[in-house]
Design a protein around this ligand. Structure first.
Ligand SMILES: [Zn+2]
Length: 206
């Protein structure tokens, strides 16, 4: 039968968990079947029925009568271990991977993960692909939320130090890293302004 439970009160954020354990499905079903259906009078423990007597999807009135399942309590019992792992943001898992790979602390793992994300999606970035930008924002926000102000400040420190080190490498042994970085920022902003002008021109000519 179809399982159309709406775990609206689920405590872990974005909608329903991607994976449902068999145990969870059983409990959710039993939860809603713990009340008589006000619509079809299906007794406790029994499936809803159509007027012709065939098994039907659970009636909305029955879901409403039963109320939301106690997901928080079930979570405390460890019922959702699989589901919780499935919804850990990708960027946090990437950070762990980087920490293992380089044997480094959390801020450096975070930096490697978020830069890695930017590098993988570099083409999308330069094209201003909104989906890519949104996903990057989500990843950055997930990191900041998970680490809090202190961890986020550590991440900024690591990123700034890395950019400075890269500028030194780009400038070469006799170059000036500050000048290299300044030139880079000027080029970037000038490109961005040209792009904005092109878009403004396009929208007025349409
Ligand atoms: Zn019913």
């Amino acid at each position: 039968m179809t399982d159309n439970d709406q775990p609206g009160a689920a405590p872990w954020g974005h909608g329903r968990p991607q994976l449902r354990s068999g145990e969870e499905t059983k409990r959710v079903r039993a939860w809603y079947r713990s009340v008589v259906c006000p619509r079809c009078d299906a007794p406790v423990g029994r499936v809803c029925r159509t007027a012709a007597g065939h098994p039907a999807e659970r009636h909305h009135a029955r879901s409403k009568a039963a109320g939301s399942p106690p997901y928080e309590e079930w979570r405390k019992e460890g019922l959702f271990r699989t589901s919780e792992q499935a919804v850990i943001p990708e960027i946090l898992r990437d950070s762990d991977t980087m920490r293992d790979r380089f044997n480094v602390d959390e801020p450096l793992g975070d930096a490697a993960a978020i830069v890695g994300h930017a590098l993988v999606h570099q083409v999308g970035f330069s094209l201003g692909d909104e989906l890519v930008l949104d996903r990057f924002d989500d990843a950055a926000r997930a990191l900041a939320l998970a680490r809090g102000p202190v961890g986020s400040a550590d991440l900024v420190t690591v990123l700034a130090a890395q950019v400075a080190a890269l500028a030194s490498i780009l400038a070469g042994p006799f170059g000036d890293p500050e000048a290299t970085y300044t030139t880079f920022v000027r080029e970037q902003t000038s490109n961005a302004r040209q792009q904005q002008r092109r878009e403004a021109g396009r929208s007025t000519s349409e």
